[in-house]
Design a protein around this ligand. Sequence first.
Ligand SMILES: O=C(O)CCC(=O)C(=O)O
Ligand SMILES: [Fe+2]
Length: 336
Amino acid sequence: MGSYMKTNVTDVLGGESVLTLSDAERADLTELASSLAADGSREVDDPNWLATARELCCQLPPRLASSLRRFTWDSGPEAFLLLRGLPVDETTLPPTPTVAGSVQREASVPASALVLVAMAMGELVAFDKEKAGALVQDVVPVHGMEEFQGNAGSVVLSMHVENAFHEHRPDYVGLMCLRNDHDRVAGLRLSSVRNALPLLSDEVRSVLHEPRYVTAAPPSFDLPPGADEPHGILTGSPEDPSIKVDFHATVPGDEVAAAAMSSLRKALDSVCRTLTLEPGDLAFADNRLVLHGRTAFEPRYDGADRWLQRVFVHLDFRRSRPLRRGGGHVITGTDR
Ligand SMILES: O=C(O)CCC(=O)C(=O)O
Ligand SMILES: [Fe+2]
């Protein structure tokens, strides 16, 4: 391991929480990821490979490790962490996948780096009904799905908490950029409830805490009709609530609830940050506190389109055990 600058684990630049790896840190992470990529079956979803990842993640560069530890303690007002300079070499990348449901099963160096960082935060999880339960998933535009409100689309993707309907939705969503879009216009959008809250009246806040909303699951989850329990959009501590809303899927139950939701939407819009991810950038969204979405872009389906890889992290792995068969990482179905 090389030597590292002391302190300042998270530079707050223009209100964004950013950590840019130094050349020495990047070299160390590349070495670690390369040895993980070459381990055992070289398959991301193999429990033995994951066990090696769990060991090796304890050797991350110290400044990165402390930044992650601080983020899992408290993700701050922005509720995201942008890590820059992960080992992604565009010149050796395969073409961007073009099909729906594409996933990264093979332990490439970038995917190994992504898993090492995620494992330092908690445990990886995936849903059997999404991307075949793969732990590292491709986020790529798919021909014919341009208008789709999901990661295969390329129109504006509305702001959401990931898997808002699901009791075991991820605590953190990690999105690593392998390739930017041709025109460099696709932006990951992030809106923190902590920044939005002071813009709301006490009345609106209290309505948002009441169970006056329902959030439907995507059709792929195959839930029986009427399975959606009313819930509050804000939950927990009134002074520092968590948020559960998907502006494409959450429906207010009455007019007062609708007005409060629209005030919330305006407040979240006004505090929204847009990150143009470059290859080697990895953004972690604290899915309890920040919504994410995406600006529109124009795919060409020529193998050089925008390509992100995504992971979900749980802090309390045990909590989802009833839905994880055999103690694995894949969540089957829902509690409903
Ligand atoms: O394309 C993006 O930047 C985000 C897509 C998204 O919401 C996701 O993959 O969960
Ligand atoms: Fe998402």
